[in-house]
Write a protein that binds this ligand. Structure first.
Ligand code: ADP
Ligand code: MG
Length: 247
């Protein structure tokens, strides 16, 4: 077994008396989708924020491609290959799909915004953005304003923005949120293909999507991982049934 692409070791973060993540060690391997599930308040978003660099852990570490990135900024992690999509959309609704793909990649890489006008005319950036749109199937909509896209298309565009930085691993916090049945189905098929480009750590409430996609599932309850395993292992785990499903 080769080294994991992304790993956390004993991540701990407390907010006052509340331990939001308690000694979390998880990993993500080549080609896989590892889903993180758990009730509201379990610590999923806190975990993601520590992995992406928005929150400093009290202790523990984050490793990307075998390198300790715990003290790196969000932008440095993005540059090093950590692709992410947000629980709340970071797209500019007045701008076109192509403009978002160009500017979003700049933002994610930490380049100063004062260069944005020049960026729109930059051939390399434009070609990279167009290639990313092609890969997510949004080329035909490149001149459409982002505000006119469906929720599902916006999620695809967010992935395209992340793809412009050629990520080695993806981290996604509830990408299915706000999608209807049709949108979820489309995005599920899309993520299923995306995993061959880069593995995905997927926080998701939509259990249909999780069961369809996950190679492994980790169950988070009150800040602790109570079980990690395949779909079948998690379904039959007594710990999960009692703690999460209330049986
Ligand atoms: P989840 O994403 O699983 O719903 P969160 O990671 O958002 O859970 O939250 C875990 C716990 O930490 C919750 O009890 C939440 O209220 C608390 N929490 C999250 N962020 C903060 C913060 N910035 N300050 C204080 N408490 C927080
Ligand atoms: Mg959350």
């Amino acid at each position: 077994m080769s080294d994991p692409i992304l790993a956390t070791h004993n991540l701990r973060k407390a907010f006052g008396a509340l331990t939001a993540t308690d000694d979390i060690s998880i990993d993500l391997n080549e080609g896989e989708i590892h889903a993180i599930i758990g009730p509201n308040g379990a610590g999923k978003s806190t975990l993601i924020a520590q992995i992406c660099g928005g929150l400093r852990p009290d202790s523990g570490s984050v490793h990307l491609l075998g390198r300790d990135v715990t003290s790196d900024s969000t932008q440095a992690r993005a540059q090093a290959g950590l692709g992410r999509t947000f629980q709340i959309s970071a797209l500019a609704m007045e701008d076109t799909v192509l403009e978002n793909a160009i500017l979003g990649s700049l933002g994610a890489s930490g380049r100063p915004w004062r260069f944005w006008q020049a960026a729109l005319g930059d051939r390399t950036l434009r070609e990279r953005a167009e290639a990313a749109l092609e890969r997510v199937g949004l080329s035909d909509l490149r001149d459409t304003r982002c505000g006119s896209l469906s929720h599902g298309q916006r999620r695809q565009l967010e992935v395209a923005v992340a793809l412009t930085l050629e990520p080695k691993a993806f981290v996604m916090d509830e990408p299915m949120a706000g999608l209807g049945a049709e949108g979820s189905k489309l995005l599920t098929g899309f993520l299923d293909q995306l995993r061959t480009e880069a593995p995905i750590l997927l926080v998701e409430h939509d259990m249909d999507a999780v069961l369809a996609l996950a190679d492994r599932i980790s169950v988070l309850v009150y800040g602790k991982v109570i079980a990690t395993g395949t779909v079948d292992e998690i379904r039959s785990s007594p710990e999960v049934r009692s703690a999460y499903l209330g049986e």
